[in-house]
Design a protein around this ligand. Structure first.
Ligand code: FES
Ligand SMILES: [Fe+2]
Length: 442
């Protein structure tokens, strides 16, 4: 199995990135995929869940970091613990329920059991069958090397030397705070996260969330249903922002020519406004006040969508965050959480949840538009012509939008490099550049 790029491939990818291109074969290449696993997924922060999913001692959820099963649990003292979800006796996948509440975990193979701190506490037929040889202390569950929480979101990293989570989120935190830090009590997960499998490459779906250029074509049906404006530029208004470490965000606003009455704070109930004004900075409020949709990707594979949905009188907003878990170069498991301000009125939460299910849930209209397109990208990226690196063909995808004529907007109040339109490829290119940096890191 290849662990590093050979020199020729490295140069060819580097050369294409410098020209604002991306090699199409990279989306389906098994060698690249294996290198990505070692170089990226073994070293970067991965979203596991949200604190509100495991509020009480004994509550747990089971998740994956690519192929490592993870048991995420709140222990008796209220701390969050994450273990490799594998029995230390013979390696069985210990707990296979998605979520639940327990005092201990018992292995279905030979019955060893573990407490909420991962200690081995029970051996069927007693310790004596192992004699003096075995000390139970040595056979506890293996902890995930790093677990850190940011505004309720629980992340893990398999690399004990990884940079701290807050440093990794970097400039992107300022934008996350608008969504996760605006309300007292923060956000909470409603329902259970949905999971489904799509035929797609993990990078392609991640970059789709910083590519609003697709919206007016892929989601044309929403225009025809009168849910989105006719103007083909409608997703371009606002600012596209490339942040450090490959993260990117689109701050989408209404057309400056729109005649519709402006909606403040994404249509969230007016009784919540004083709280936003207390919790956010002047600059964050300046962005939040006018924004319609905040959508983006946190490198490598966490994307989110925080939209304004509905019609006048029935507007709602939520924070939908998803992890694109790679299952191969052309397959991704989507894990999608619905989060909402804990302090929002109950009826509002329920209406927003229904709105999410109908749009970005697995059977949602917008989700299905995207799923179809993503599959078509990998479908057409596997053949001989795309994989021929002899340069007889143009084997590169185009990331040249705004390349030579859009300059950064220095007046934008948020961090990162901001451009005064979302129809630019600076966010996707920032994502690719960081991907390449990680891929080739010693
Ligand atoms: S594999 Fe778990 S008790 Fe044997
Ligand atoms: Fe889309």
């Amino acid at each position: 199995m290849k662990k590093h790029l050979d020199e020729e491939t490295r140069k060819s990818i580097e050369n294409s990135l410098e020209r604002g291109l991306f090699p199409q074969w990279v989306l389906t290449d098994p060698d690249i995929y294996n290198i990505e696993m070692e170089q990226i997924f073994l070293r970067t922060w991965q979203l596991l869940g949200h604190e509100s999913e495991i509020r009480e001692p004994g509550q747990y959820v089971t998740r994956w970091i690519v192929n490592d099963p993870v048991l995420l649990v709140r222990n008796g003292g209220g701390e969050i613990k994450a273990f490799l979800n594998s029995c230390t006796h013979r390696g069985v996948h210990l707990c296979t329920a998605d979520a639940g509440k327990k005092k201990s975990f018992t292995c279905p193979y030979h019955g060893w059991s573990y407490n909420l701190d991962g200690d081995l506490i029970g051996i069927v037929a007693g310790d004596k069958i192992y004699g003096e040889e075995m000390d139970k202390k040595d056979w506890g569950l293996r902890p995930i090397p790093r677990v850190e929480v940011y505004k309720g979101l629980i992340f893990a990293n398999l690399d004990p030397q990884a940079m701290p989570l807050e440093e990794f989120l970097g400039e992107f935190r300022w934008y996350l705070d608008i969504m996760l830090g605006r309300s007292d009590g923060g956000m909470e997960v409603r329902g259970v996260p949905q999971r489904w499998v799509v035929h797609a490459n993990w990078k392609m779906v991640s970059e789709n969330f910083v590519d609003p250029y697709h919206v007016q074509t892929s989601h044309r049906s929403t225009v025809e249903l009168g849910m989105s404006p006719e103007d083909p530029l409608y997703a371009s208004y606002g600012h596209g922002v490339a942040c450090n470490h490959g993260h990117g965000i689109c701050v989408i606003t209404s057309s400056p020519k729109s005649k519709a009455r402006p909606v403040k704070y994404q249509g969230l109930p007016q009784e919540m406004w004083p709280m936003f004004e207390r919790n956010l900075t002047k600059e964050q409020l300046e962005v939040f006040e006018k924004v319609k949709v905040l959508v983006g990707t946190c490198f490598p594979n966490m994307s989110f969508n925080c939209p304004l949905h509905g019609n006048e009188g029935h507007l709602y907003n939520y924070f939908n965050v998803r992890v694109w878990r790679p299952l191969g170069p052309d397959k991704v498991e989507v894990i999608s959480w619905f989060l909402i301000d804990q302090s929002a009125p109950e009826q509002y939460k329920e209406d927003a949840y229904k709105g999410y299910i109908g749009s970005f849930g697995p059977s949602g209209t917008l989700e299905q538009d995207d799923t179809e397109i993503w599959a078509r990208v990998v479908q057409a990226s596997k053949g001989f012509m795309v994989r021929d690196k002899s340069l007889n063909y143009n084997n590169f995808s185009n990331y040249l939008m705004g390349y030579d004529h859009v300059a950064p907007d220095e007046t934008f109040p948020g961090p990162g490099v901001a451009y005064s339109t979302n129809y630019v490829d600076f966010m996707t290119r920032g994502y690719h550049d960081y991907w390449f940096e990680m891929l080739t890191k010693e």
